[in-house]
Design a protein around this ligand. Structure first.
Ligand SMILES: [Zn+2]
Length: 338
C-alpha cells in the first residue's frame, strides 16, 4: 500500500485507490470528503463515487457546483476493501475514514477533535496500522484550557452583560465554531440574532434538524424591525473578523456591544489585541497538541503521516516521542518510489 500526496492525499492498494479531501476537481475513482470546510472540498465536484456523511453531502451541495450528480455513499466496499466512516468530532457532519483490507488498516482523520462538546460525537481512536493525522495545533504550547471550565467562565461573563442590558456579539466561524457557540450560549438570551453566513448555514442545518442548529432571527430582519434598538439583551452571532471592521465599530458605538472572539489562536495573549475584541476565548474545533499525541498513542500505528498545518514540526515532535512519523509531502511520494 502507498500513501502519498500528488495533487491530493491518495491511498493506493493492490487493486484500489482513493483520494481524500481533494480540493481539485480532477477525476478519481473514489473520493472521501471528511467535512465541508472550504479547504477540504473543491469548487466543482466531479461525477464519481463519493464517500461522505449525509450532513457533509447537504453542505457540499450548497457550497459547490457539480459537473454531473456524483454517487454518494456512507460506506463503500470494493475488492474486499472496506471503507467506513466514523465521527471525527471536528464540526457538524465531519467524519474520519477507516479503510480495512488484507494490506492492513488505515485511518485518515481529516480535521479531528476528541473533546466532548455536548452535541457532537468526539473522535474515538482505535488501533490501526497507518494513521494519517492533521497537525493544526501540532506544536507544543498549543494546549487549551479545560473545555467545560472555559464555557462556564464565558457563560458568566456573557450573563453579566445580558443582565445589565448590554448586548454581546459572539464571533466564530459560521460552520463548526458557530454551532459550538449556539449550543453553549443561546439559553442566555431570548433574543438570538445571526448575521449573514451564520444565518444561512444555521437555516440549512435547522431544516434537517441537525444538532447545534437553533431558531434565530436574521440580522437584516432585526435591523428592519429595529429590534436591536428596542431590546438590549440580545446575542448576535457573526463570523470572526477584526473588531476594527466598520460593522463591529458601528455595533460598539451604537449599542455599546461587547465583542467575544472564539478561536484556538486566542491562547496567544496578543490575539485579543490584534483582533480588537473585548474577550478572546480559546476554544477550538481541532484537537490541541496534547490531544493529537493522545490520538497517536491510542491508535498505536506502525507509521504516522502528518498533514495540514505545520506537519513537518508535528512529525518531528512525534519522532522525539518514539513514533515512526513523517510529514506527508511531495518528498514522501519520492521516498516511496525510491
Ligand atoms: Zn476543518
Amino acid at each position: 500500500m502507498r500513501i502519498y500526496l500528488s495533487k491530493a492525499i491518495q491511498i493506493k492498494g493492490k487493486d484500489w485507490k482513493i483520494a481524500c479531501d481533494s480540493t481539485n476537481s480532477n477525476y478519481y475513482p473514489v473520493v472521501f470528503y471528511s467535512h465541508a470546510h472550504s479547504d477540504h472540498i473543491p469548487r466543482k465536484l466531479p461525477k464519481t463515487d463519493i464517500i461522505t456523511s449525509k450532513i457533509t453531502q447537504l453542505l457540499m451541495r450548497n457550497f459547490t457546483s457539480n459537473f454531473e450528480e456524483p454517487t454518494y455513499h456512507e460506506s463503500y466496499s470494493q475488492n474486499n476493501v472496506h471503507f467506513k466512516q466514523k465521527s471525527s468530532g471536528h464540526i457538524v457532519g465531519s467524519t474520519a475514514l477507516v479503510i480495512e483490507s488484507s494490506e492492513g488498516k488505515v485511518i485518515y482523520t481529516g480535521d479531528v477533535s476528541i473533546r466532548d462538546k455536548g452535541f457532537l460525537e468526539p473522535f474515538k481512536p482505535e488501533k490501526c496500522d497507518s494513521l494519517i493525522i492533521e497537525s493544526t495545533f501540532g506544536t507544543p504550547g498549543y494546549v487549551f484550557p479545560e473545555y467545560d471550565e472555559t464555557i462556564k467562565q464565558t457563560k458568566e461573563q456573557i450573563s453579566y452583560y445580558i443582565e445589565k442590558n448590554i448586548p454581546v456579539v459572539l464571533m466564530g466561524y459560521a460552520l463548526g465554531k458557530a454551532q459550538m457557540l449556539y449550543h453553549s450560549f443561546s439559553e442566555l438570551s431570548e433574543t438570538i440574532v445571526m448575521h449573514g453566513a451564520n444565518y444561512k448555514i444555521n437555516s440549512l442545518l435547522m431544516d434537517e434538524n441537525v444538532a447545534g442548529s437553533i431558531p434565530a432571527i436574521a440580522y437584516v430582519d432585526a435591523k428592519e424591525t429595529e429590534l436591536l434598538e428596542k431590546k438590549h439583551d440580545w446575542i448576535l452571532y457573526t463570523p470572526l473578523k477584526s473588531g476594527r471592521d466598520a460593522f463591529f465599530s458601528y455595533l460598539k458605538k451604537k449599542f455599546n456591544a461587547k465583542l467575544f472572539a472564539f478561536s484556538g489562536w486566542c491562547i496567544s495573549p496578543n490575539y485579543k489585541f490584534r483582533m480588537a475584541v473585548d474577550y478572546g476565548v480559546p476554544i477550538s474545533d481541532h484537537a490541541d497538541f496534547k490531544e493529537l499525541i493522545e490520538i497517536c498513542e491510542k491508535c498505536d500505528p506502525n507509521q504516522i503521516y502528518t498533514i495540514y498545518g505545520d506537519n513537518v514540526r508535528f512529525a518531528a515532535e512525534l519522532r522525539k516521542l518514539g513514533f515512526n512519523a513523517h510529514p506527508l509531502s511531495k518528498q514522501t511520494l519520492l521516498d516511496s518510489y525510491f
